[in-house]
Ligand binder design. Structure first.
Ligand code: AHR
Length: 642
């Protein structure tokens, strides 16, 4: 039993606040009017196998998910995009009597992909009075003590020039770490540096990066980059705290790279994977349909390495010739280059180094192949008003199956006239709608395609969802578990939101963060509870006389029954549980519980642990026992039974 602190549960008139170790006597609580329900679980009659990949994740560049989120790059607008107001996120700051100007040079850059640069004209500067440019990061730049930051930039200079790079506190103006590059050459070249902080530094996000120039002349800069230590210390890698949060959900796959992000608003803005691999300086980046640009620093290989780091499989969505502003590619000859792109992409993921794209992957630093079972053709093609998906899907399906017969192909909307291995269904609903729809798949034809619920979420609460949403989610998950013979995968969406004003395009997200920390919504914790407590077989059950907002699912494996109980109403629900067919039942059971005093209760960046799972022990468990599920709660009982 773990020591827990539990927040109050509103029951009737009062709020009960308790803390410390919890022990619950089965059936000890009283039930509000409504009666005692009966739940019979047929423990010896498993109905079907649970899909081992039932719970996964879905991702795309939305809400500053990668740039300003998971992708650990600390510098914002490292590629110097400009607006009429200047270069976004960069500030020119002459110190003392330094003088100079900054502009975008649209005709000079270090590569064919990055054809522009920041041009700094230093009219007057010296070591005590440098001309500086500042970058404040993604709504802040986190600096921690005793940490090594790895940086680089591309530069060239007309005339002798040196650069001092520093991390500086916004609050005190103190330099927290610095490095000097004594001379820049006349041609474009990459310069690397490290910034090491001392033990005295206070962890904070109120910092910025400064590049200081001490000699008159002209300097061109591009791809100014700074990384903290990353998850598994991958160069160009991901934030460790956000990766650990994902690992905490026990996911089995990652659906990538979208979502709308796969399609783009226009065909030219699709996720064009070949432009997202190789050295960063060769990635032009692109505009996402969520209205900001991606540098594509987190490109195809980085998605795959993200999967590798979490020991999960990618579910690869390939661009299928439809973009969101009603642009489509005609099936047939016009579509062929896109089909070939998808085949090349699959080869990049799975081909050994003797293949063209497998060799390219090895050149990019990853000789080993990645596992791949599922390929999704497009995203939400029901929105394509040209109705071209049937033919586009068929063309992709046939070409992929011909070369990769073992791959399972996912259709994004029902296809006429062609086999679908798996169909991707999306649901964004309110909690009450999910409560009403938990039996959605109970009668689905078992001879049709398997189901992938590739996007789903209860949309209540912002920026991250509240406890009421978690109740809707949990109810829906009981339905998915009971039908996990046909539902092979599911993934909540969207997964991430940067909580700073202006960063969010989609309210109601699973995890929130700023440059300093990350937190999970109640929905995040509900997902982890369901995913970590999942058996291998579905146990059929029969629920009688329960309130209409009460839901359950039961699975088992290796002598453990995982019983999930969701009470979406404010009043407790007493239930008689009959474990029919069990010959012996251990009298104590582990209970993991997530509850809140109201549906509006939530977690936030400043109050990240208001609603978290609480572990306790239930006593008096038997073949027949009574248990009370408090109002507004999600419970998982682990019952040892033979
Ligand atoms: O999850 C947000 C968006 O919802 C996805 O990009 C899209 O597929 C869906 O419409």
């Amino acid at each position: 039993m773990v020591k827990v602190v539990r927040i109050g549960i509103a029951i009737g008139l009062g709020v009960v606040v308790s803390s410390g170790c919890m022990e619950i006597q089965a059936g000890a609580q009283t039930t509000a009017p409504g009666g005692v329900a009966t739940l019979t679980i047929h423990t010896d009659k498993p109905a079907a196998k649970v899909s081992p990949t039932l719970y996964g994740m879905m991702t795309e560049e939305i809400n500053y998910s990668y740039e300003g989120g998971l992708y650990a790059e600390m510098v914002s607008n490292r590629n110097f995009l400009a607006t009429w107001a200047g270069i976004e996120d960069w500030v020119l700051k002459p110190l003392g009597n330094a003088d100079g100007s900054v502009e975008v040079d649209r005709a000079d850059g270090p590569s064919a992909a990055l054809k522009n640069s920041m041009k700094l004209t230093v009219k007057q500067a010296d070591a005590s009075n440098p001309l500086t440019v500042l970058n404040g990061g993604w709504w802040g730049m986190t600096v921690r003590p005793t940490t090594t930051y790895t940086g680089s930039f591309y530069a060239k200079a007309a005339g002798a020039q040196s650069v001092k790079v520093s991390l500086v506190s916004d609050v005190t103006g103190k330099t927290l770490a610095s490095a000097s590059i004594p001379s820049l050459g006349a041609d474009w070249k990459k310069y690397d540096f490290t910034l090491k902080t001392g033990a005295e530094v206070t962890p904070a996000l109120t910092n910025h990066l400064t590049l200081a120039f001490e000699k008159p002349g002209t300097v061109w800069l591009q791809l100014v980059s700074l990384f903290p230590p990353t998850y598994h210390n991958r160069p160009n890698g991901n934030r460790a705290d956000i990766m650990e949060m994902m690992a905490g959900m026990n996911p089995k796959f990652l659906r990538m790279p979208g979502g709308n992000y796969l399609e783009g608003d226009h065909i030219r803005e699709r996720f064009d994977w070949k432009k997202t691999i190789g050295p960063l300086v060769d990635r032009p980046g692109h505009r996402s349909p969520w209205n900001y640009r991606s540098t594509d620093g987190l490109g195809l290989l980085e998605f795959l390495e993200w999967c590798e780091d979490l020991k999960i499989q990618p579910v690869l969505a390939v661009y299928a010739g439809y973009s969101l502003q009603q642009e489509h590619v005609n099936p047939g000859a016009d579509l062929e280059p896109y089909v070939q792109d998808a085949l090349d992409e699959i080869e990049y993921v799975t081909g050994d180094t003797s293949t063209k794209w497998g060799a390219e992957r090895a050149k990019d630093g990853h000789p080993a192949t990645f596992p791949l079972t599922y390929v999704e053709v497009g995203n939400e093609d029901n929105f394509d008003r040209s109705k071209s998906y049937d033919a586009r899907y068929a063309q992709f399906y046939d070409a992929i199956k011909k070369k990769y017969p073992n791959l399972q192909i996912i259709a994004t909307t029902p296809v006429r006239g062609h086999v679908m291995d798996v169909l991707d269904d999306h649901y964004y609903k309110r909690a009450e709608q999910f409560f009403a729809d938990v039996h959605h798949y109970d009668k689905t034809d078992r001879n049709g395609p398997k189901i992938f619920i590739g996007e789903w979420a209860t949309r209540e609460g912002s920026p991250t969802t509240n406890f009421g949403a978690a109740l809707g989610d949990a109810a829906w998950m009981t339905g998915m578990e009971r039908n996990s013979d046909i539902i092979v995968m599911s993934s909540y969406a969207p997964m991430f939101v940067n909580v700073n004003p202006g960063a969010m395009q989609w309210a109601s997200d699973l995890m929130g963060y700023n440059a300093f920390s990350v937190y999970g919504s109640p929905s995040y914790y509900a997902q982890g509870m369901f995913s970590k407590n999942l058996g291998t077989e579905i146990l059929p059950g029969d629920l009688q006389n329960a309130g209409e907002r009460f839901f359950y699912s039961a699975t088992r494996s290796n002598g453990t029954i995982y019983l999930k109980l969701v009470n979406g109403s404010s009043t407790p629900q007493q239930i008689k549980i009959n474990l029919t067919g069990a010959s012996s039942v251990k009298p104590t059971a582990k209970l993991v519980s997530l509850s809140a005093p109201s549906t509006a209760t939530t977690n936030s960046i400043t109050d990240p642990k208001r609603v978290v799972p609480v572990e306790s022990t239930v006593r008096g468990v038997a073949r027949e026992f009574t248990h009370t599920v408090p109002g507004y709660s999600i419970e998982v009982l682990n019952i040892a039974a033979q």
